[in-house]
Design a protein around this ligand. Structure first.
Ligand code: HEM
Length: 377
């Protein structure tokens, strides 16, 4: 695609697909030409998904353009400052240690179930201030929401169970938001519903759509990053051995950054043209869907030499895995904290992991066309 068809029309997605680093960056930077609103995937409007309607979240941060996006991004950014994220390190370490200890008490385990998946969802639940007795429900709701996101995108249908989860979660989050408005605590929801330094609070529907977005955007992605990192290490014994000799925090971060580039947890993003645009030797009509392939941008040799080599010592500056421009991932600092900390705990307790003989040669990636990570490992 990058060499022969940098502007490729995919009939099934009904979208123009861009794969070169420069083109991907151009699209994401020019949000006035490439809107995040009214996105159509395979001809279907994203807002038409049942689970989204049930949640009352007609629109959320990722599907907004300025100036609406600017206001909301400003509001929620105050709960994701580097200071707040860094303060979570001891808790992330403690939880990682517990999960790794539990996992490695068995000789064979599913890394995804035992560590990669529970770590981010528990941290988000704690950040939001979800009552510990509701954590199990919360995990079920978020699993269902993520599943719905994948299932709906592929089949266009939303399972009953998912709609029920969406309703339950909406009721619970509305209750929590109301309680925190009356009596704030030190959690994220309290921050979102309070007026701080003259900056208005989020409205109840905004709180709901934002917490849903955090669940979808923040969980499976970090889970995938961890699964992809372990896969890359096991498949590259030389790099695994070098990491074993130096499992320093810097080395843990380097493994995660190179994994983000080499095996991007988010494969691509969608936009819609607001006018006719000329690029890569072709023309994009106005009001058409565009898919930018982040994973391909990360493998463009024009930007990253020898892209098919997993090399944790390389310069990964400019990787596209968290997007680019005004929608750049809000949770990047959080996953850049969680994944290296989890890897370090893993290296301390279990420095020599390998695939079980029961692990299929071809890892099951679940078949989503926009998220990528092992279903089990
Ligand atoms: C946005 C990837 C983790 C919250 C994005 C975007 C990407 C991305 C590509 C841009 C979407 C667009 O431009 O349309 C990732 C990856 C992650 C990760 C690869 C982990 C490895 C997280 C976490 C959170 C989070 C942990 C929160 C807890 C968000 C939010 C946005 C976003 C709120 C929307 C920002 C906006 O529209 O202004 N993420 N993400 N993400 N991400 Fe992440």
């Amino acid at each position: 695609l990058r060499d022969k068809a940098p502007l490729h029309y995919d009939a099934k997605l009904k979208a123009h697909v861009l794969s070169r680093y420069e083109d991907v960056a151009f699209v994401l930077k020019n949000h006035a030409l490439f809107s995040s609103t009214k996105i159509r995937i395979a001809g279907k409007l994203q807002e038409e998904r049942a689970s989204v309607k049930e949640l009352g979240s007609v629109s959320n941060l990722v599907s907004m353009d300025p100036p609406v996006h600017t206001r909301l991004r400003g509001l929620v950014s105050r709960s994701f400052t580097p200071k707040q994220i860094n303060a979570m390190e001891p808790r992330v370490r403690e939880l990682s240690r517990e999960l790794v200890a539990e996992m490695t008490s068995r000789s064979e385990f599913d890394f995804m179930d035992a560590l990669a998946s529970p770590l981010p969802v528990t941290i988000i639940a704690e950040m939001l201030g979800i009552d510990p007795v509701r954590r199990r429900d919360f995990k079920r709701w978020s699993d269902n929401l993520i599943q719905s996101n994948n299932a709906t995108l592929q089949s266009g249908e939303t399972p009953e169970e998912v709609i029920r989860s969406a309703k339950e979660m909406l009721a619970y989050m509305t209750e929590v938001a109301e309680a925190r408005r009356r009596e704030p605590r030190g959690d994220l929801i309290s921050l979102l519903v309070q007026e701080i330094d003259g900056v208005a609070a989020l409205t109840p529907p905004e709180v709901n759509s934002f917490t849903t977005l955090l669940l979808i955007a923040g969980n499976e992605t970090t889970t995938n990053l961890l699964g992809n990192a372990l896969t890359a290490l096991i498949r590259n014994p030389g790099e695994y051995e070098a990491f074993r000799r130096d499992p320093s925090p810097a080395a843990c971060s380097a493994i995660c950054e190179e994994t983000l580039r080499y095996d991007s947890p988010v494969i691509g993003l969608f936009r819609r043209t607001t006018q006719e645009v000329e690029m890569s030797g072709g023309k994009l009509p106005a009001d058409t869907s565009v898919m930018v392939l982040l994973a391909s941008a990360n493998h463009d040799p024009r930007k990253f030499p020898e892209p098919e080599r997993f090399d944790p010592t390389r310069d990964t500056h400019g990787l596209m895995s968290f997007g680019h421009g005004i929608h750049f991932c809000l949770g990047a600092p959080l996953s850049r904290l969680e994944a290296p900390v989890a890897l370090r705990e893993l290296m301390e307790r279990a420095p020599r992991l390998g695939f079980s003989p029961r692990q299929p040669q071809d890892i099951d990636y679940g078949g989503s066309f926009f998220l990528r990570g092992p279903k089990s490992l």
